[in-house]
Ligand binder design. Structure first.
Ligand code: ATP
Ligand code: MG
Length: 345
């Protein structure tokens, strides 16, 4: 059905780990490429532990696999160029380029007719005053690249006392949302699209705390959200799973950002669907038919961050709770150590 036997994964964190576990259920092997510690390697066929600048290691990695995917979108361009000269990369480079840079991302989203927060390019500190004059406060200054879990962001309450992020940035108007939701959408090699039910996301200090399904919003909102995600996937000729984060406002849905990979807000699918986001991604990049992503349970996914691990004895005893631990060493503050999926109905 597919010629893919070995999947290369760039990045060896928890997402790579869960992708690798899903691939193994389908009889496929994963080869992880990770410069640092790689919890994914515990459950993978092979690990290359080398920097993204090591051309010989990259070449050997690419030659040993049938397709390359990633769990981390900030892989250097030079590494991707080398890999792509040997083996296909899915999702494609355009999806990566668009989502690596918040300015490119917002411009692309507006070009395909979707609403984002109002934004301005702030290439350097000198440009900040002009951007603030246009966007105003409250607003959020975000580095164009390399942000995650709210890192690289400065909230601006008062335009007169704005701090600088230290890198080329975008200034975003603050969206007064009533809720945050996300859609995990998959697109296969044949263009088939399958979306999981939108989840309601709660963030604390810029980090995802929990995702709840069903999200409790009216059907017209959830349908709109799914259509938006499908439109983005089609516009990028996307293959794989993508996370689309949206703000719900009285004026309609505003797209916050897209992630060209499996997404933390899609972890609930492990307990809520016959085929979860990880398997769906593996199926898509391996050229297999997409699976059934229908939701058969109500689920609350909660991240276990830093000291939350102290709750483990209780969580392990609790009914209807699926515990996932990532096998990371030290439980530092703000570090995602695992998650639980609580089946609520
Ligand atoms: P993650 O890795 O968790 O997706 P990130 O670092 O990429 O985070 P964003 O998604 O841009 O960051 O922002 C993190 C959170 O901050 C959002 O989920 C939202 O709660 C809040 N936020 C971001 N941008 C805005 C905005 N323009 N208006 C209001 N709130 C915002
Ligand atoms: Mg986000």
């Amino acid at each position: 059905m597919s010629d893919v036997r070995i999947i290369g994964i760039l990045g060896g964190g928890q997402l790579g780990r869960m992708l690798s576990a899903a691939a193994s259920r389908l009889g496929l092997r994963c080869h992880i490429y990770e410069p640092c510690a790689a919890p994914a390697a515990d459950v993978a066929y092979r690990l290359t532990n080398a920097p993204y600048e090591d051309e010989a290691a990259l070449r050997a990695f690419a030659e040993s696999v049938d397709v390359v995917t990633y769990e981390f979108e900030n892989v250097p361009t030079s590494a991707l160029d080398l890999i792509e000269s040997i083996v296909p990369i899915r999702p494609n480079r355009r999806a990566l380029a668009v989502s690596q840079d918040r300015l490119t991302e917002k411009t692309f989203l507006n070009e395909i007719g979707l609403t984002t927060a109002p934004f301005a390019d702030v290439p350097d500190q000198a440009a900040l005053a002009g951007a603030l004059a246009g966007i105003g406060a409250p607003s959020i200054l975000k580095t164009r690249r390399l942000g995650y879990d709210g890192k690289g962001q400065v909230r601006i309450a008062d335009a007169a006392v704005a701090e600088w992020t230290g890198a080329p940035s975008v200034l975003e108007g603050f969206v007064d949302f009533t809720a945050e939701i996300s859609v995990i959408v998959a697109r296969g090699m044949d263009g088939q699209v399958a979306a999981f039910d939108p989840g309601l996301n709660v963030h604390q200090g810029g980090i995802l705390r929990s995702t709840t399904v069903p999200c409790g919003l009216p059907g017209r909102v959830t349908t709109d959200a799914v259509l938006i995600a499908a439109r983005i996937a089609a516009a990028l000729d996307y293959v794989g799973v993508m996370g689309v984060e949206l703000f719900v406002t009285p004026q309609g849905l505003v797209v916050n950002e897209i992630a060209p990979r499996v997404h933390n807000s899609g972890h609930w699918t492990q307990a809520g669907c016959a085929v979860d986001q990880f398997e769906q991604h593996i199926r898509a990049v391996a050229g297999l038919p997409l699976g059934d992503g229908k939701r058969y349970a109500d689920v609350v996914m909660e991240n276990l961050i830093g000291d939350d691990l102290a709750r483990l004895p209780d969580l392990l005893r609790a009914p209807d709770v699926q515990v996932h631990l990532y096998g990371k060493g030290e439980a530092r503050a703000g570090r995602k150590m695992g998650h639980v999926n609580r089946i609520t109905r």
